[in-house]
Each structure stands twice: as structure tokens, then as C-alpha cells.
Write a protein that binds this ligand. Sequence first.
Ligand SMILES: [Zn+2]
Length: 260
Amino acid sequence: MPPARVALYLATAGVLVLTVRAAIFGPPPLGWAVAVGAAYVGLVLAGVLDLRLLVYTDAVVRGPPGARGVVLTFDDGPHPVWTPRVLAILAERGVQATFFVVGKKVEAHPDLVRAILDAGHAVALHSYAHDRFFSLRRTRAVRDDLARGIAVLERVTGTRPTLFRPPVGLTNPVIAAVSDALDLTVVGWTVSGRDGVARARVADLVARVRRNLRDGIIVCLHDAPELGDREPAAVKALPLVLDALHAERLEVVPLATWVP
Ligand SMILES: [Zn+2]
């Protein structure tokens, strides 16, 4: 079991013990109560914020032990300008990637999703609406959004998606349970280009990826901005990232080799 999940279970047990003890013997010293409460909230939040801790779900965040190569993933598309640009760079270098697409953008640009598939890449789900507050929604809203996203992708591609990356990469027990019920495997990343924000700089993105390059990593980049038409930093950074991979003799491998 992932260490952070063990820590959360232990912390939960600790809170329960303290609660029972307080009921029997009276409240603990205020300092103690605040410290335990803060530690507990910190753990819960860390689990929500960092998928790599695997607190709530057995997400795929890197390759299996001994995996060789690097997996490239792109989020938030498709976009009519930037997705074709990314596809052209990938084609020029002869590498395959996985695109985590947003259902409502797929409805607007189904041809782009077919172009992604025709070029030999994989398509996976990144929710229907890319709701920024997805991790605060109740079960029904999460289920409705994901079911709608699945239906859109199935209609456009002819295949039901099996891989899902939560919007903004946040998870919680609700998202984990709904993903499970819908037979979606949650996929995170090992290294993020952090290019989903407007202030992202190409040089920072390349430096961050280059610093973390090794066998078995999943890299998260963007082929579209979350909203609007701004050019994602990854478009200009991608050739440099691929140069860095080449220099390290790291091959780009399809995600399907790690997640059947
Ligand atoms: Zn996203």
C-alpha cells in the first residue's frame, strides 16, 4: 500500500482515538488538538493535491518497475490551432503520445480527435467539462460529467475510453470511486511541465522536464490552454524536450505499453 495512504489511515485512527479519549476524559490540551487536526487536514489535502501520493486511488503515475523509455501525454485539447501543431512535431520526430481530451472540446472538433488517432496516437478522457472545482463536486455531478465524456468519446472514436486524468490532476474518494465504477483507470504523471497556466515559460518547462528525465516517467504537457486560445508553452518547448530525450538516449514509448 502506498506510504501516504498508510499515513492517512493511521492519522484517521489517531483522530478517532483522540475523539473517544476526549469524550471519556475531557478535551485534550488545545495545542495537541490543533496539532493533530492540522496534521490530519494536511494529509487529506496532500492526497487531493498530489495524485502521485496515491492516497485515494491506485493511479498510474509512472511505468511499472523496470520500465524503459518515457511516455508523453497532452491535456486539455483538442484545439484547432495548437493540436495540429503538436501533431506535426510528433510526426516529424516519429513519436507517439496520449492525448487526454476534454469532452466538450471533442464535440466541437471531432475531426481533430480522428486526426490524433489517424496519426497513431492514443486518446483518453480528461472529463467532459474540465470543471475547475471537479474535486469539490458530489458523486452525482462527477458521475454525470464522466459518463457524458465517455459517451462523446465513444461516439467520435467508436471505442469506449478506459483511461482518465482528472481535471487539474486533483483526486478524492468521490472521483476515485466513480472512476472505478465506470471502469476508468486514473492516470496521473511523474513530471508536469506546469504549462497549463498562462505564465508558463518555455525555458522553465524544458528545464523542469530535463531535470527529471529518466526511464519510466510519464510527462504531462498541454496541447491546448484550459480556456481560450493562448498558445501553450509546450508547443514551443516540445522540440526541445524531444531533443533532451534524444540526448539522454531515452525512447518515447506509447502509454499502452505500460497500461494495457
Ligand atoms: Zn486539464
